[in-house]
Design a protein around this ligand. Structure first.
Ligand code: 5GP
Length: 121
């Protein structure tokens, strides 16, 4: 499967569709999920064209990998849910069909602001 340039997050990255931005740097863009499942529900996406976590792990540079992980921490801190400033959160990436991934651009969901609950339904 090749990367689909018309997926919704690619359009958000190009500024063709608006988002409620939380944070941006050279490696990541973070914004609030349009359909929040918890009090806080943010999405952190790499700026590079990666379909999912496997694709990212196989193709991304070490710099991009560090940038994504650091980005998640920065966003969690900004939202007041990182362990430095808050009570924690869940970071989750759905991967492909069995993972239930809907948007084919790698993204981490950050859920928090309350007890997130059971890990898998
Ligand atoms: P997935 O199922 O692929 O892991 O999650 C996709 C997420 O993207 C869903 O939680 C969905 O609500 C969110 N989403 C889909 N379209 C948009 C959009 O246009 N804007 C924002 N902010 N979130 C979106």
């Amino acid at each position: 499967m090749s990367y689909d340039d018309n997926n919704i997050f690619a359009k958000i990255l190009r500024g063709e569709i608006p988002c409620n931005k939380i944070y941006e740097d050279d490696f990541v863009l973070a914004f609030h999920d349009i359909n929040p499942q918890k009090k806080i529900h943010a999405l952190v996406i790499p700026k590079g064209k990666y379909i999912d976590l496997d694709d990212f792990t196989l193709k991304a540079s070490s710099e991009e990998m560090v940038g994504l992980l650091k980005g998640i921490n920065i966003v969690a801190k900004k939202l007041g849910i990182s362990t430095e400033v808050g009570k924690g959160y869940r970071a989750l990436a759905n991967i492909s069909d069995h993972g239930g991934q809907e948007v084919p651009h790698l993204h981490f969901h950050l859920f928090g602001g309350e007890k997130v609950g059971k890990m898998v339904e």
